[in-house]
Design a protein around this ligand. Sequence first.
Ligand SMILES: C[S@@+](CC[C@H](N)C(=O)[O-])C[C@H]1O[C@@H](n2cnc3c(N)ncnc32)[C@H](O)[C@@H]1O
Ligand code: SF4
Length: 345
Amino acid sequence: MAIQRRASVALKLLDNEVHHPRPSSWANTARNFADTARGVETMRSLPVHLTIEPSFGIDSGTDLSFDAFKVILDQIPELRSLELTRIGEALLNHDFFRMIEYAKARGIRVCVSDSATLLNADAARRLVVLAVDEIHVSLDGATKSTFERIRVGAKWEQVLESVDKLMASRNAMGRAHPDIFFIMVLLKDNLDEVPLLVELAAAMRVRHVRVHGPIDLGSGLATAPDNPLIAETIHCNAAFADARARAARHGIDICLPKTSPVRERCVRPWAQTYVLCDGTVLPCCLYGQKLRRVEITALTGHGNIFQTPFREIWNNENFRRIRRDLKEGTLRGLCEGCPVPRGMF
Ligand SMILES: C[S@@+](CC[C@H](N)C(=O)[O-])C[C@H]1O[C@@H](n2cnc3c(N)ncnc32)[C@H](O)[C@@H]1O
Ligand code: SF4
């Protein structure tokens, strides 16, 4: 699975290079692959992938401004791909489309991860016009009752309608993109619906399904007995086999988490980085997952991209220590308990 995922990232980067060939980016990408493969502590290259959180929660005071976005992006000139939103809700940010336009004009591949609860016809049209590459729609259920029980406040019909609007805009403009992904976080409550999610994707002409193991946001969700990957392994294996068979039948690309731990080196702090809307730079969006936001940003040592040049942060003591630990296979500090190096995300 890890090899599959890495191959898919490599293919996407390659695809991006074909469409936006920039010799300087090639050089950084090649150096980054080498730095990552060698597991160096001090990077010679900049990250190839960046996640930015444009908005956090419903308070517009927490939005990232376009100028601040530009400050972040301009410090990583050779970036290949950008994901908007990991934690917040991107469409709440009034400058969201301007940010996408800026990134696309620089030849960066853009992925948007979204609940689709605010995705109306106009937003769908703009995402297609701006040639966003991927949209990841959070669908934590494949039936109305399960979805609405898990995603409290979201409306099943409205979310599916938003996906239809995206498809309709794509078709009307004769575009193949954005590629739509259905993303499900695996819970005991939706485990039986993984095969159904594949059927739903097929019915809606969505070609990609991703199921993630739960991460522990301080609630114990990722540990037994709540994590179905651990507590209901046999049940998971049966549901996954069914889902895989259906995906093969429909020609759907599916990725599922492992049901027993493996040892994989996490390569995120080499290849990518994550910037919160207040400028805090973290190695990834799962880092410090058990802490509350105020606790994460209060920690010193991460670095803030609005106060310190990114190149300094990227090789600061914190980043070097995390790389050293991960290369040795040690999960400590804010990486402790992370399911990624166990293949269970
Ligand atoms: C936090 S959301 C942010 C985007 C958008 N606001 C949304 O609700 O989908 C990004 C992704 O993280 C997933 N996610 C949320 N909580 C999670 C958890 N405890 N474990 C694993 N993934 C989680 C979501 O399902 C979604 O696919
Ligand atoms: S181990 Fe987990 S928390 Fe740590 S950098 Fe990797 S993905 Fe992020």
